[in-house]
Each structure stands twice: as structure tokens, then as C-alpha cells.
Design a protein around this ligand. Structure first.
Ligand SMILES: [Fe+2]
Length: 387
């Protein structure tokens, strides 16, 4: 009888021997007002899907829930990194989700042999896979920002104490979360796993790529792990009264620097990005927003002491941004706090540089943006307000 029950449960997919395991995630990426991408990694190759349900108090098993897949040219994709994009969502609405991966044991010709399934348990008090889409026009929003963590877990955990469950809508990582990307594991051990443990199943983090994330064998797989709304590491977001522009400054030294071993082409990359930026600042979303906040890892500050990367980023982006009535630019890279007024740079807006050991916490409402600079002990070191 027991044997029969086991086989029956296996056939129903209720029981899984967990031969396949989810080893990282799930974590949210590229969440906008109408879409979200769910990411996770399994220990073996699998075909995966997400089931989605509104957060309306019904049991997840109340009705058949729609399934979403990762596809390429009409075929479902199998692998170990699962990136499932869900579109057609409603702004400011909460959704529950489950993640499932069916192990691909063998592929011969067109025949596929499947193994076990790793899936989310969608009942019980531990089921908390719930996220909320962004909401343009929302009365009050809150975001936090960390940067230059360089995989230092203790410091990052202390700074993540600024995250307020139910209040913080989004988390920005403004570059150099790791020092190099030689392996996939470095990304997860460096900052993704800790993010998942703290918030990333429920609240998205958005990356502004740092110069250190451009280095190492896995650097070219950046979009595999951190998809964006444009398919590039530069993109925009709308939430509350803020239009966010996330820029990628590339590397810090000249492309010819021996340290890059002839692989760098960031001057052309930044010029291409500047062309995209021209279209962004002309958009109605950008023009109509109450506030425009730019995030870029390397701040183009420092005059004659500036290295080529930030200097060229300033030359490419400032002429465009200076016409766009930018509220503030948030940066990192220097590992040191600084507040740079327009009189001291080529930008016609302030540039707030966050240190490696502080977090920014921004509260935005109709009367302005208040940004606290908070250290690892939770003490507010500086406060800036923007109207
Ligand atoms: Fe940096």
C-alpha cells in the first residue's frame, strides 16, 4: 500500500525526491509597472516554469494558475539558470508565484527524458513568494541604495538593515558589488544569496553595473543573471513620482590600458549609450515626471584628477542630462561620501556619492525626496533634500 501511495504521489507530482535542487534564488529582476522576471538556478539542467496568482487571499490551489516559460525562437529553454519573464501585469498590484524545474536527464534527437521536479511549496506559513509591481504616481515610495560592497557579506548585511519590510519598494545596487566575475558562484556568494535571504524574493534589486562587474570570464554573462527592461545594463524605471535613469559607465581606465588585455571597447559603448539616452530624455515619461534620478557607478567628478572612464562618461552623458532637469545623480566608486554641487562639476545637477560602508535611504513624496546616508550601525550621517 505504501509503495502504491509513493508511486501515485510521484505521478501526481506532489512528491519530489528532490534529485534536482534550486541552489540560488528565486530572486526578482526587471520589475516594472507591467512586468517582472523571476530568476533562479538549479544544480542540474531543467525545463522550468512559473505559476502566478493574484495576492487575493485565495488558496494557491483554488484554481488552475497560468504558467509562464522561458522561450527562445518558439522553444522552451532548458538549462541551469532560469530566467522567466512575465508580462501584462497591472501597476501597483501584488502577485504570488511558484517556481518549478523539471530535470532534463537526457536528450537524444528529439526525445527528452525527464527526472524529478523541484518546486515551491505553495501552502503553509513559509510560502512568501509575493511581489508588487511598480506604480507610477504612487503617493509615497521608498528605496535604498548600496554600492562598492566588493562581496563583503558582514558589511552588506549591516547595511541591509536599512531595508524596511513593507515600506522599501526597491533596492539599488550601484556597482562593484563584487571585485571580479570569474565564476557564477562569485555573484551568488558575493551579494545575490544574501539579497535573497533578506528581501529579493519579494522586492527587486536593480543593478547599475560597476567597473568591477565588467571584469572576469562571467562578466559577459551579466544579462543572463541580471536581465533588464532594455536587455542592456542601462535602462529606465517609473515608480511614484520618480523617473529613474540607470546608466552604465563601463571601465575606469582608457580602453588601451594593458590591464584590459585588448578586450575593452568602452568609449564606443558609452557613445552608443549616449544615443539611447537622447531618446530617453525626450520621452514623455521623463519629461512629465516630478523628479528625475540618475544612477551611475562612477561619478564624473574630480576635475584634472578624473580617470578616463568617468571623464568620458561625463563628456558623453552630461550634455544630454543637462537639458533634462535632473533632480540628482547617485553614484559610488570612490568609496567615500561626497556631495558635489553643480558649481564643482560639469553637471547642472547635484551628484551625491555614497561610500562603501553606508547605505542611502530615500523617501519620496509630493513635497520632495529626502535621502539619509546611514552607516553600518544605523546612524544617519548626512541628510539631503531635493525638491
Ligand atoms: Fe568602482
Amino acid at each position: 500500500m505504501k509503495k502504491f501511495l509513493f508511486v501515485a504521489m510521484l505521478l501526481c507530482g506532489i512528491y519530489s525526491a528532490q534529485a534536482i535542487k534550486i541552489i540560488h534564488g528565486p530572486y526578482l529582476q526587471a520589475v516594472s509597472d507591467t512586468e517582472a522576471t523571476i530568476m533562479w538556478v538549479t544544480d542540474t539542467k531543467a525545463l522550468s516554469w512559473v505559476e502566478l496568482a493574484p495576492n487575493d487571499g485565495t488558496n494557491f490551489y483554488h484554481v488552475e494558475r497560468p504558467q509562464y516559460y522561458q522561450t527562445y525562437l518558439g522553444k522552451r529553454v532548458y538549462g541551469t539558470v532560469h530566467q522567466i519573464r512575465i508580462t501584462g501585469l497591472e501597476p501597483g498590484k501584488s502577485y504570488r508565484y511558484s517556481t518549478s524545474s523539471k530535470e532534463v536527464v537526457d536528450m537524444k534527437g528529439h526525445r527528452v527524458t525527464y527526472g524529478h521536479v523541484a518546486t515551491t511549496k505553495v501552502y503553509g506559513k513559509n510560502f512568501n513568494n509575493v511581489f508588487t509591481t511598480l506604480q507610477p504616481g504612487k503617493e509615497k515610495i521608498q528605496f535604498i541604495m548600496l554600492n562598492d560592497i566588493h562581496a563583503k557579506q558582514e558589511k552588506m548585511a549591516a547595511l541591509l538593515n536599512t531595508f524596511e519590510k513593507g515600506k522599501t519598494d526597491m533596492v539599488f545596487y550601484t556597482g562593484d558589488m563584487v571585485s571580479m566575475v570569474p565564476t557564477e558562484d562569485i555573484l551568488f556568494q558575493g551579494f545575490v544569496d544574501l539579497s535573497v535571504a533578506h528581501f529579493a524574493k519579494q522586492v527587486p534589486f536593480y543593478l547599475a553595473r560597476g567597473n568591477h562587474e565588467t571584469r572576469g570570464l562571467f562578466a559577459t554573462s551579466f544579462m543572463t543573471y541580471f536581465p533588464s527592461l532594455t536587455g542592456k545594463p542601462y535602462y529606465t524605471l517609473k515608480h511614484g513620482d520618480v523617473f529613474f535613469i540607470i546608466l552604465d559607465g563601463g571601465e575606469d581606465k582608457p580602453d588601451s590600458c594593458l590591464e584590459y588585455y585588448e578586450t575593452a571597447q568602452y568609449d564606443n559603448y558609452r557613445k552608443e549609450e549616449a544615443e539611447w539616452l537622447k531618446g530617453v530624455v525626450e520621452s514623455e515619461d521623463c519629461k512629465n515626471a516630478k523628479y528625475r534620478v540618475v544612477l551611475m557607478h562612477m561619478p564624473p567628478i574630480g576635475g584634472k584628477n578624473m580617470w578616463h572612464g568617468p571623464k568620458h562618461a561625463g563628456e558623453c552623458f552630461f550634455p544630454v542630462l543637462n537639458k533634462a532637469n535632473i533632480t540628482v545623480m547617485l553614484s559610488g566608486h570612490t568609496h567615500k561620501y561626497s556631495y558635489n554641487t553643480p558649481e564643482t562639476t560639469d553637471a547642472e545637477f547635484p551628484i551625491l556619492v555614497n561610500a562603501h560602508n553606508t547605505a542611502l535611504k530615500a523617501n519620496v513624496n509630493k513635497s520632495g525626496i529626502t535621502i539619509d546616508v546611514i552607516d553600518t550601525n544605523g546612524s544617519i550621517k548626512h541628510t539631503h533634500t531635493f525638491k
